[in-house]
Design a protein around this ligand. Structure first.
Ligand code: MN3
Length: 215
């Protein structure tokens, strides 16, 4: 079986005006599809390595050295975008509630502090990458950025929430103003989904199960 592009859980124009329809179409059908296609091509000669993308990213060091970087780039591109689509939603709650809200308050003081830290990290990150909210193995939360398509899964962390920092995710609408893009994204953050991932992590120690692909 092959890796496939997941359908968006909403229409391409559903996140307007925060993310414009054209950006969503090019990002999903163009960029994300290309990572899926490249991953299939790289792993075509390696049927035993055609594992769920999260598993590939969790065990990069065990992959053959000659394909490791390409797998990281394209499995990461596939997994990171799949998560990104899922933690966005039109008309969603503006702030988290329940257990994830309590955890954010405990580790960052309050939601506003978390938002500021997340936007600061996302703004100062140089060049392409992603800004993440992750669960550490000890149950604490952390904000971090990764380069290119590197995944926190490769560091043993569980991603809960993410924003894409590549220019292709905001340049058509915001041009060079990445801080404006990041500030606007809070009105389309899917906190119920982030909360579900946190509760899954608390119960099972691993929150990505639903997004693993059946192969
Ligand atoms: Mn992208």
């Amino acid at each position: 079986m092959k890796y496939t592009l997941p359908a968006l859980p909403y229409a391409y124009d559903a996140l307007e005006p925060v993310i414009d329809e054209q950006t969503m179409r090019v990002h999903h059908r163009g960029h994300h599809q290309a990572y899926v296609d490249k991953l299939n091509k790289i792993l075509d000669p390696h049927p035993k390595l055609q594992l769920p993308v999260d598993d590939l990213l969790s065990r990069l060091e065990t992959l053959p050295a000659d394909i490791r970087t390409e797998v990281e780039n394209n499995a990461g591109g596939h997994a990171n975008h799949t998560l990104f689509w899922s933690v966005l939603a039109p008309g969603s709650a503006k702030e988290p509630t329940g257990e994830i809200a309590q955890a954010i308050a405990q580790d960052f003081g309050n939601f506003r502090n978390f938002r500021e830290k997340f936007e600061q990290q996302g703004t100062k990150h140089f060049s392409n990458g992603w800004v993440w909210l992750c669960a550490e193995n000890n149950g604490s939360l952390s904000v971090l950025t990764t380069k290119d398509h590197q995944s926190p899964l490769s560091r043993g962390l569980t991603p809960l929430f993410v924003m894409d920092l590549w220019e292709h995710s905001y340049y058509l609408k915001h041009q060079n103003k990445r801080p404006d893009y990041l500030a606007g994204m809070w009105s389309v953050a899917n906190w119920p989904e982030v909360g579900r991932r946190w509760e899954d992590f608390r119960q099972n120690g691993y929150s990505n199960r639903e997004w693993r692909e059946a192969i």
